[in-house]
Design a protein around this ligand. Structure first.
Ligand code: 9MR
Length: 555
């Protein structure tokens, strides 16, 4: 039960340097897929649809094997807003209830797509269509705010040659529909991870190059995007995608999460042992591609069994694409995925010895080197590497997965105390007990030397409550990457958590706000705006001593 809870929506939102939250103990070799995935710092999920909800054996397997669900159809536009401004959340709510019962996180699928979108949307003129898109995004995301870990905001925007798909969205609104959708999504639910998602982008090639150009451009324009989804609809007869791990890695290197969002491997029927062997290889390679990329947060299968497969109607004559057969019996594909997640062996249940306490050196504003004495493994599968975690109470975050007994952490937040520990991992996915914890504090950030703040507060009248906003402008000569804003109340005011657009806390009179992922960088002359509610008694004077990354700001 514990393992199944590790990737609930709430814990996914407690984001460290990477966005994966792991509190798993050693995975039993025979354990379900999700326990092995969690031991590797990933989630594993499946698509589900409302027509499956009366099938108790199916639901039992979905519950035990997977820590994450994606509604296959229930959150698409035609299901949720079949006519303008008339929203019906019934089917979506059924999937949400299932996930909540099972302690599973949910990927929302999907907000802006050319398919399964009603005619009334497609017939609108440009102004009305843009307004309808924003209204749909904000209504749906508001409804599930806090319960949905990530959204596929824009789905399948590309042609096979990597150019933008000539959908009604593009025709009517131009390519700005994509940036617009992401901005509306961030405004609607600032805590959800925002993804762009497509198929045939799994390997290096023209279409994934197009995705890379598109996403890079969005990031350059400051568009709030957190992740790229690779659907992974593979077929035995078409070959395995070209260098899938390298492809995922290049998107991760842009600072984004990546995920395999809709994995299945179909074949032309009837199946035979050769096709099954190829299918096993593709499943193993795809799962390994995600395991090999630290920023790959998880793998979602597009359905668990052939019983409810979307393949036979979409590709007549093809099928047998999933992990279990039509009678819900596990196929070789299941064992392949299981053993790949477990590290290739099922016989070893002995974890490695605990690593030594990590020592930190070379600590800068955003990086730190850690070294520890190595573990040994006697269970047979051999030492596979180490998981380095940040201690954060019940939702520790995975910072790195080096294969040897040292690593350099990057992307740390300036001026921040880190408590870190290490667990060793063997080839079967067994995790050692944790090392002792080491503590270090990153340097104050550079580029925070010159800043200007504008503070404004509105008293509510009567009850001693107020709402305050702070806009911080980078007046220096270098971009700020990762920031901590600090100031001191001068009239005994108290912050009322949680505040917005930053992580807020108060100690004595001093208030600190640290960036969220989406507003970590402040370009030269750029600004970020954050805010909070608070309480006061008597008067409510403006605070003082504003600093950004430890350097004083003009107010
Ligand atoms: O699994 C979905 C199937 O039930 C629907 O009939 C189909 C209609 O478009 O959509 C399927 O899901 C698709 C997903 O939303 C986007 N990527 C491709 C999936 C398979 O077609």
């Amino acid at each position: 039960m514990l393992l199944r809870k590790v990737l609930t929506a709430a814990s996914c939102l407690a984001i460290g340097v990477l966005s994966t939250v792991v509190t798993a103990g050693p995975a039993q070799a025979s354990g379900p897929l999700q326990s092995h995935a969690a031991a590797r710092g990933k989630f594993v999920g499946t698509a589900v649809d409302t027509n499956e909800l009366n099938d108790a054996p199916y639901l039992a397997a979905v519950d035990s094997e997977f820590g994450q669900l994606t509604p296959a159809n229930a959150m698409k536009w035609d299901a949720i807003e079949p006519s303008q401004n008339s929203f019906s959340f019934g089917r979506a709510d059924q999937i949400m209830a299932l996930a909540q019962n099972n302690g599973q996180s949910v990927r929302g699928h999907t907000l802006v797509w050319h398919s399964q979108t009603p005619g009334w949307v497609q017939n609108l003129d440009a102004t009305a269509m843009r307004a309808a898109m924003r209204n749909h995004i904000s209504t749906v995301m508001d409804k599930y705010e806090g319960d949905i870990y990530a959204w596929d905001v824009v789905n399948e925007p590309l042609n096979e040659d990597g150019s933008l798909r000539n959908s009604f969205w593009l025709q009517r609104l131009g390519e700005s529909y994509i940036a617009d959708a992401f901005r509306a999504a961030r405004a609607a639910d600032p805590t959800a991870k925002l993804y762009i998602n497509d198929y045939n982008t799994d390997g290096l090639g023209a279409k994934s190059d197009g995705m890379y150009r598109l996403v890079s451009g969005l990031l350059e324009d400051g568009v709030p995007i957190d992740g790229v989804g690779f659907q992974g609809h593979l077929a035995v007869q078409y070959g395995f995608p070209n260098q899938m791990q390298q492809n995922l890695q290049r998107f991760a290197d842009l600072g984004l999460d990546v995920a395999i969002t809709e994995l299945d491997v179909r074949m032309q029927l009837p199946s035979d042992s050769s096709k099954i062997a190829t299918q096993n290889t593709y499943y193993r390679n795809a799962v390994n591609a995600c395991l090999g990329v630290t920023r790959c947060v998880g793998v979602t299968f597009w359905g668990y069994s052939d019983k409810y497969s979307w393949i036979p109607s979409a590709f007549p004559g093809e099928g047998s694409a999933h992990l279990a057969d039509e009678n819900m019996q596990r196929k070789q594909a299941y064992t392949t995925v299981h053993d790949t997640l477990a590290g290739g062996s099922s016989g070893d249940t002995t974890p490695p010895t605990a690593p030594g306490t990590p020592g930190a050196s070379g600590v800068t504003a955003t990086t730190a080197s850690l070294t520890w004495s190595a573990s040994t493994d006697t269970g047979g599968s051999g030492l596979a590497g180490y998981n380095v975690y940040r201690e954060q109470g019940t939702t520790d975050s995975l910072l790195a997965q080096p294969s040897g007994n040292s690593t350099t952490l990057t992307g740390l937040t300036p001026g921040t105390q880190y408590q870190v520990y290490v667990r060793a991992r063997d080839g079967a996915g067994n995790l050692s007990t944790p090392s002792a914890t080491a503590t270090f504090t990153t340097e104050q950030g550079s580029g925070g030397g010159a800043c200007r703040v504008a503070y404004s507060a509105t008293d509510w009248g009567g009850g001693g409550g107020f709402t305050a906003g702070v806009t911080v402008t980078n007046t220096g000569t270098a971009a700020v990457n990762g920031w901590t804003l600090s100031f001191a109340f001068t009239g005994g005011q108290r912050l009322t958590p949680p505040g917005w657009s930053a992580t807020w806390s108060q100690s004595g009179a001093v208030v600190t706000a640290t960036n969220l992922t989406w507003n970590a960088s402040i370009p030269v002359n750029g600004s970020v705006s954050v805010g909070f509610n608070g309480t006061y008694s008597g008067s409510n004077p403006a605070p003082g001593n504003f600093t950004l990354n430890g350097s004083a700001c003009t107010a």
